[in-house]
Design a protein around this ligand. Structure first.
Ligand SMILES: *[C@@H]1O[C@H](CO)[C@@H](O)[C@H](O)[C@H]1NC(C)=O
Ligand SMILES: *[C@@H]1O[C@H](CO)[C@@H](O)[C@H](O)[C@H]1NC(C)=O
Ligand SMILES: *[C@@H]1O[C@H](CO)[C@@H](O)[C@H](O)[C@H]1NC(C)=O
Ligand SMILES: *[C@@H]1O[C@H](CO)[C@@H](O)[C@H](O)[C@H]1NC(C)=O
Ligand SMILES: *[C@@H]1O[C@H](CO)[C@@H](O)[C@H](O)[C@H]1NC(C)=O
Ligand SMILES: *[C@@H]1O[C@H](CO)[C@@H](O)[C@H](O)[C@H]1NC(C)=O
Ligand SMILES: *[C@@H]1O[C@H](CO)[C@@H](O)[C@H](O)[C@H]1NC(C)=O
Ligand SMILES: *[C@@H]1O[C@H](CO)[C@@H](O)[C@H](O)[C@H]1NC(C)=O
Length: 902
């Protein structure tokens, strides 16, 4: 999960999507020490506020926290407090280290404890300085940096004098370089940046001890300063940019050091601090894959929203990973999750083609490449659809490429790898030509002269080269222009993550411009730069919220999401004629139109309708239309469907579709009663909607259908956005039972040599020393509310749902009650587990591994003996008490044989 993608990074991710499936990940590459999404032994314990404890507190004279700690000590639980939270309406509890996983379940039984959740690792937002610019007199800078303001109507509000004055925005990120003149030059009362807090210090990596102080300065990361500029950069600067709400007050809450990740515990701490500091809007351009709404960060973000503050959070940059891949804390039910739409213009330069008749070829960059003279072209292959061009060292027969412009097709590996291999043959200038599905963007490979050109131009040049034409390219040295991004401008950014959540909630809420955004960088990092990501869309939404709060009053905060959603407009999937609208599961309610959010006199609620899956289908909905204007208004109600997203891969695959997710024309049907009415000033009218899921659509692809109910008056159009699944989530396969990832059928038990342990006559013994321990390797094809790993006797009477034909036939069937499952003890239990990605490492969420170190979850050592391990995953919407609602797998028999001397 990476945030703040430059197009270069997006391309690197997208290229994985076209990786050939024949390359398996090697089992022996598994890192047993990697704890994946969780911080080892760290938990957040939520406690009931005083009222929940009844008279106890008065009786004992202890605080809620002391009461719980006391009970924990009495039960012999070893723990270390990191942090306490004590805001009764938001969160009461503490983050702590609990050594034994089994103690965790004991903690949850203590009176006064509401929930115990593992602390999640939140990866650092990626910062790329692909477009750092520094020359104030550079005539080549974009002439219309306000394109994002024009796309969303922010320029109209600025013209009316609405700049977010009087609104306080807390930015939870890597800090803010407030010494930047466009960010006020100083910190403290009376400045643009009024304060904040540093929760971590420069050296914090997510693995070491934070060193907090009161100075949220961002000098080494840059992400937070870019975010701050999108909200608050002053106009009149050398690059002619301005923030969406540049008269709002900002506060920086720093949760990322120069390097590494952070934790959701620190994010919770910072959200509570921003809440206590009276921030009207709290914005977070960060997150990690989750798929569920129950994580601590999500829950806290949601509760803060319920208190009448606006919380905007990045939807995530995992668009390439496809459906069912939302992130937290943006998943918080009442938080506003923000998706990204690409800027309509990108800064570009023209290359002149010599020797053959062809229009100038644009490449994306703020500044011209430093190439002089007319250079001949060279192509590595005549295959213009090659998926892994220059991903391996080039053949010895390759001539010296210096003095040529080398054409390389995008895909499969990173730009840096392609450039490296080609540079080894002497090449100095590289043009990467796009694939048909990729977004045109900038490329930054340190120390190399490289840029991206459109797919069609690349194909043309390659064909010319192999036809023997003598084609040369001349690079401009000064002229740059704002190229209308005809491929992706104004459309959902390909990197913007797809929902919905596994409990069928509506994420993201809507989209804002986030692709190719010019903003501030720390003084030490070049002052200005262009970045892309939902990280950039999110502060745009926060700034937009400030404009609405200023214009309509802070009391609209609770209904702000409704206002934005009902005044947004859906964007198409492509610029082709007849293209369907993009699925709501990626764009939410569409691109925000902030001027309409400020000025609409019609209020429509609810603005989002969740129809759920076919098994829990919510077919009836009522919407309310209120006319706050001074004239009667007649509204027409109509239905506009978006493209239906085929969320699973074809051919009965159990895996989610990769992005861009294929759309088909298979609409839900909606009866709207009445379909027209007149509403008098100050009055409301209601309409009844009756939905039916689309019929002619392949259920095996788990289609996500969505669309809009338009509410049109002579002067404006509002909308209600809906989303549902044309399939039963409980029927979805959760555990990957294929060999497509490791070349071995999963789940499996792996030995110390990285080989799978097979069911066989000779017993596989483990000495349980060092790495001679079994590892259970499994992948999630879909999310699960609960995954359990238990130790069982070797003759356990359990019939798992995933079996290898033959060897289990003698086992007893399960009873229908979970208590019937005869396990010896729990090894691990995880709640709300997301699906895995198709990327190759555990850090990238490619797979899960459980290392059985010879101990139960309660740290008690397992006796020598012969065992099996039972892995169970609860189905989405399944009942945790019903064994038939789990998928299960039973390991081969293995022996625990501690070596003597232990
Ligand atoms: C895993 O952790 C152990 C103990 O902390 C350490 O000794 C070992 O070197 C680590 N292995 C790897 C591959 O990092
Ligand atoms: C670049 O070329 C396009 C035609 O392909 C043209 O429309 C545009 O004006 C050119 N821009 C500059 C700055 O030369
Ligand atoms: C451009 O390249 C030339 C040599 O190829 C070098 O001397 C010059 O410093 C470069 N200019 C910039 C601005 O990097
Ligand atoms: C590409 O080159 C190969 C030989 O390297 C040749 O066999 C093939 O016909 C060529 N394909 C095209 C489309 O020119
Ligand atoms: C760079 O390219 C060379 C030659 O193709 C290759 O041997 C080397 O492994 C590559 N390095 C990286 C980091 O990809
Ligand atoms: C880029 O070039 C500079 C100067 O030659 C060198 O110090 C630096 O290590 C290079 N960076 C990379 C990533 O190759
Ligand atoms: C969908 O139905 C399931 C099962 O009843 C429920 O848990 C979930 O909350 C529902 N989702 C929504 C958005 O109502
Ligand atoms: C730990 O769990 C195992 C299996 O459930 C149980 O047999 C053992 O008694 C427990 N140990 C302690 C100290 O509770």
């Amino acid at each position: 999960m990476k945030f703040s993608l430059t197009p270069a990074w997006v391309a690197a991710v997208l290229s994985f999507a076209v990786q050939s499936s024949s390359a398996y990940v090697s089992l022996s590459s598994i890192d047993r020490n990697d704890t994946g999404r969780y911080m080892p032994h760290s938990y957040i314990v939520e406690m009931a506020s005083v009222n929940g404890l009844g008279g106890k507190r008065a009786y004992t004279g202890r605080t809620v926290h002391e009461e719980v700690y006391h009970s924990m000590r009495k039960r012999g639980i070893l723990f270390d407090i990191f942090n306490e939270f004590d805001v009764s309406e938001i969160f009461v509890g503490a983050s702590m280290k609990i050594e034994s996983a089994d103690d965790v379940s004991k903690v949850s039984e203590i009176p006064g404890v509401k929930a115990v959740r593992p602390v999640m690792r939140i990866p650092r937002p990626q910062v790329f300085d692909a477009f750092t610019v520094s020359d104030p007199t550079d005539p080549r800078l974009p002439a219309t940096p306000f394109s994002t303001h024009v796309m969303t109507g922010v320029n109209k509000l600025h013209a009316e004098g609405i700049y977010g004055e009087g609104i306080k925005i807390g930015i939870i990120d890597s800090g803010i370089d407030y010494t930047h003149p466009m960010l006020g030059g100083a910190i403290g009362k009376g400045n643009k940046v009024i304060g904040g807090h540093d929760f971590c210090g420069d050296e914090y990596t997510g693995q070491n001890t934070p060193k907090p102080d009161n100075d949220p300065m961002d000098s080494c990361n840059g992400h937070g300063t870019h975010v701050a500029g999108i909200i608050g950069a002053n106009p009149g600067n050398k690059f002619n940019i301005s923030g969406v709400a540049y008269k709002a007050s900002l506060a920086g809450y720093r949760v990322f050091g120069c390097d590494g990740s952070t934790s959701d515990a620190m994010i919770v701490e910072s959200m509570i601090r921003a809440y206590n500091d009276g921030m009207d809007i709290i914005t977070l351009s960060l997150g990690g894959v989750d798929g569920w709404s129950e994580g601590t960060g999500s829950v806290v973000a949601s509760r803060i929203s319920e208190q009448g503050r606006v919380v905007t959070i990045a939807a995530g940059n995992d668009g390439a990973l496809g459906s069912w891949y939302t992130s937290s804390p943006a998943n918080g039910l009442e938080a506003i999750s923000v998706g990204s739409v690409n800027n309509v213009v990108i800064p570009a330069q023209n290359i002149t083609v010599l020797g053959v008749d062809h229009a100038p070829i644009p490449y994306v960059n703020l500044e011209p490449l430093n190439v002089t003279g007319d250079l001949p072209i060279y192509a590595l292959t005549n295959n213009t659809h090659i998926e892994d061009d220059a991903c391996k060292p080039l053949p010895d027969s390759t001539p010296d490429l210096s003095g040529h412009v080398v054409l390389i097709r995008r895909g499969s590996c990173t730009f840096a790898e392609k450039v490296n291999h080609t540079a080894h043959k002497g090449a100095k200038v590289f043009l990467v030509y796009n694939t048909d599905e990729g977004a045109l963007g900038g490329i930054d490979v340190t120390n190399h002269t490289v840029a991206m050109i459109p797919a069609a131009d690349g194909r043309f040049l390659v064909e010319q080269f192999f036809a023997g034409a003598s084609v040369k390219l001349r690079f401009p040295t000064d002229a740059s222009f704002n190229m209308q991004d005809g491929d992706m401008g104004g459309l959902s950014s390909p990197f913007s993550s797809y929902g919905p959540t596994y409990d069928m909630h509506f994420k993201p809420a809507f989209s804002a411009p986030g692709g190719n955004i010019v903003s501030t960088l720390p003084m030490a990092m070049g002052e200005y730069g262009v970045q892309s990501g939902t990280s950039m869309a999110t502060p745009f939404a926060a700034g937009a919220a400030a404009l609405v709060l200023q214009a309509r009053g802070k009391q609209v905060a609770r209904s702000l999401r409704d206002i934005f959603q009902s005044t947004s407009a859906g964007v198409a999937a492509t610029h082709e004629k007849g293209s369907p609208l993009q699925t709501v599961s990626q764009q939410g309610a569409g691109l925000i139109h902030v001027d309409r959010a400020v000025h609409t006199s019609t209020l429509v609620t609810p603005a989002q309708l969740m129809l759920n899956d076919t098994a829990n289908f919510d077919s009836f909905h009522t919407i309310t239309v209120k006319n706050t204007g001074s004239e009667p208004v007649t509204y027409q109600l109509s239905h506009v469907a978006a493209g239906t997203a085929l969320s699973r891969q074809p051919d009965n695959s159990i895996f989610a579709s990769k992005g861009p997710v294929e759309l088909v024309d298979a609409a839900a049907s909606v009866n709207i009663v009445p379909s027209s009415f007149t509403v008098y000033p100050g009055s409301t009218r209601r309409a009844l909607l009756y939905f039916r899921a689309p019929k002619n659509v392949d259920k095996s692809r788990l289609p996500i259908f969505s669309g809009f109910i338009k509410i049109t008056s002579p002067s404006e159009t509002l909308q209600v956005t809906y989303l549902g699944a044309a399939g039963d989530l409980k029927q979805q396969t959760i555990l990957d039972n294929t060999d497509s990832f490791f070349g071995e059928k999963l789940p499996l038990m792996m030995d110390m040599f990285g080989g799978p342990v097979k069911e066989q006559s000779a017993l596989s013994n483990f000495s349980m020393q060092w790495i001679d321990v079994p590892t259970i390797v499994y992948r999630m094809a879909f999310g699960s509310p609960m995954v359990r790993i238990d130790l069982c006797d070797k003759d356990v009477a359990v019939k798992p749902t995933l079996t290898k034909r033959g060897w289990l036939s003698w086992l007893w069937p399960w009873g229908d009650d979970e208590t019937d499952v005869p396990t010896i003890g729990s090894l691990q239990e995880l709640s709300y587990v997301p699906r895995n990605s198709h990327l190759t490492t555990k850090q990238e969420n490619g797979y899960n591994g459980f290392v059985f170190d010879g101990k139960f979850a309660n740290m008690t050592r397992v006796e020598n003996g012969e065992y099996r391990i039972l892995l169970r995953a609860l189905k989405v919407t399944g009942d945790p008490r019903k064994s038939s609602d789990y998928e299960s797998w039973l390991s081969p028999v293995f022996g625990v044989q501690y070596s003597s001397g232990l």
